[in-house]
Design a protein around this ligand. Structure first.
Ligand code: PHE
Length: 450
């Protein structure tokens, strides 16, 4: 196809669009529950160090590959070296696994929006409310379908731009509200222990599992290792500074994740103590209703909050689903309509399994995990590390780091962090990631435990 590629008008345009893709449920839902589960401050410090070194390098690498070729993921790898087309395909297939369960969480958000709209906020603040929601009935599947259909309708009608415009206005409000709720959470009686847990690293939590969780979260949150940043890069103008843009996206995304943790973790500690930290994927939905319940106009704030999160989740789900649709179009040479049908069928099947995995399908376990946790584990902790090792080897030894340097510097500015980029992509990241990945897979199969 010979379509003309548009491009972002300005550097800030690129940063805003990429940050819009990066900020989503990963920051608000996933980061806080992982941080709580994997030792608070220990997870936070590992995440921060990885973000500024490895996350940054991988982002620069992906954007450069996209801009150099002007192509979306699969074609970009194919063009640079046809023996690595499979890497492009693997990259692009990650969203196929993520879309379904992302939409299940989107469904949970939709449910809570309704809870606040219809004034059931007092019940939602009670212990056990969330658990009976996900385990008691077919409700999670119904909400999943509602959320998933909304994003599919948006895609079919081709009105993504409209939704994006709305969410551009809503996103800053979400950031401000998160900030306000975070400040409030810190002042709740008994929150101090939670703040300490979140900010002070403790050596006993430093394990390979924590490392893997942090690195998986890094990919998820920054939209890396799934072909998205390559595609975004292909729309970037040659005079935009890649290094600066990558730093800005990373700082912004991390800041929001940090704030979300500040909003949720101290509150968990205040209301449920240290035992509350192990709640897992439900953490946000268990902790926040308690916070809102203790506020003066909690019902309004709660509704506004879940409405804004709903929009953040919707824009992310749309961009993920759009990627899946275009992958099927390209790979099977079919038109968009057919591709949407295939996307809907696969996502419905995988999504319903995830939605009912805590309830009616609770007896079925894969590697000891419920469906949702399993899909999350396979995509974030197995496929994405494999993909990123592949990208590092591809950059380090096939196209060579110097070709990325050339691309970054083609606007006449120096690539300041080239030394870091070089050692990260060529040596440290591939070795470290392989070690983390092998230990964690062995432990998931029970061959080795830590
Ligand atoms: N990074 C997004 C988040 O944190 C998820 C996402 C990935 C969205 C890829 C779009 C594309 O939720």
């Amino acid at each position: 196809m010979n379509e003309k590629r548009g491009s972002f008008k300005s550097s800030i345009g690129f940063v805003l669009a990429a940050a819009g893709s990066a900020v989503g449920l990963g920051n608000l839902w996933r980061f806080p529950y992982l941080a709580a589960m994997y030792g608070g401050g220990t997870f936070l410090i590992i995440y921060l160090v990885m973000a500024v070194t490895f996350g940054f390098s991988l982002m620069v690498g992906e954007i450069s590959i996209g801009r150099k070729t002007g192509l979306s993921c699969i074609k970009a790898f194919d063009k640079l070296n046809s023996r690595f087309k499979w890497l492009g395909i693997l990259n692009a297939s990650v969203p196929i696994l993520i879309v379904p369960y992302y939409s299940v969480i989107g469904g949970w958000v939709t449910k809570y929006m309704m809870v606040y709209l219809f004034g059931h906020d007092k019940e939602a603040a009670k212990d056990g409310f969330f658990n009976s929601f996900i385990s008691g009935s077919l409700q999670p599947a119904v909400y999943f379908i509602i959320f998933f259909l909304i994003s599919t309708i948006v895609i079919l009608m081709g009105v993504q731009n409209g939704v994006e415009k709305v969410s551009k206005i809503l996103m800053p409000i979400l950031v401000i509200l998160t900030f306000v709720v975070a400040i409030y959470s810190m002042t709740i009686k008994g929150a101090a222990g939670g703040i300490k847990y979140y900010l002070v690293p403790q050596a006993k939590y430093f394990t390979p599992k924590t490392l893997l969780a942090a690195v998986g979260q890094l990919f998820y949150s920054l939209s890396l290792a799934m072909g998205i940043m390559v595609t975004y890069g292909s729309y970037m103008k040659k005079d935009t500074n890649i290094e600066k843009s990558a730093r800005q996206i990373e700082v912004f995304d991390t800041l929001i994740a940090f704030l979300a943790g500040m909003m949720i973790i101290p509150a968990v500690y205040a209301f449920s103590g240290i035992e509350g930290m192990t709640s897992g994927p439900g953490l946000m939905f268990i902790a926040l209703p308690k916070v809102f319940n203790s506020m003066v106009i909690g019902r309004c704030i709660g509704f506004l909050f879940f409405l804004l999160v709903f929009f953040a989740a919707l824009t992310s789900a749309i961009s993920l689903e759009e990627t899946v649709v275009s992958v099927y179009c390209d790979q099977f040479n079919i038109n968009r309509k057919r591709s949407v049908v295939i996307t809907v069928i696969t996502s419905m099947v995988l999504g319903i399994l995830s939605a009912l995995g805590y309830g009616p399908l609770g007896a079925v376990k894969l590697l000891g995990m419920q469906f949702l946790d399993f899909f999350d584990f396979i995509s974030n902790s197995v496929i994405m590390p494999v993909v990123s090792i592949g990208i590092c080897i591809f950059i380090g030894f096939v196209i060579k780091p110097s070709s990325v340097k050339e691309e970054v510097e083609c606007n006449g500015e120096k690539f300041h962090a080239y030394g870091l980029f070089y050692v990260m992509t060529k040596w440290i990241a591939p070795v470290l990631l392989t070690a983390i990945l092998v230990t964690s897979i062995l432990s998931a199969f029970g061959i080795f435990s830590f």
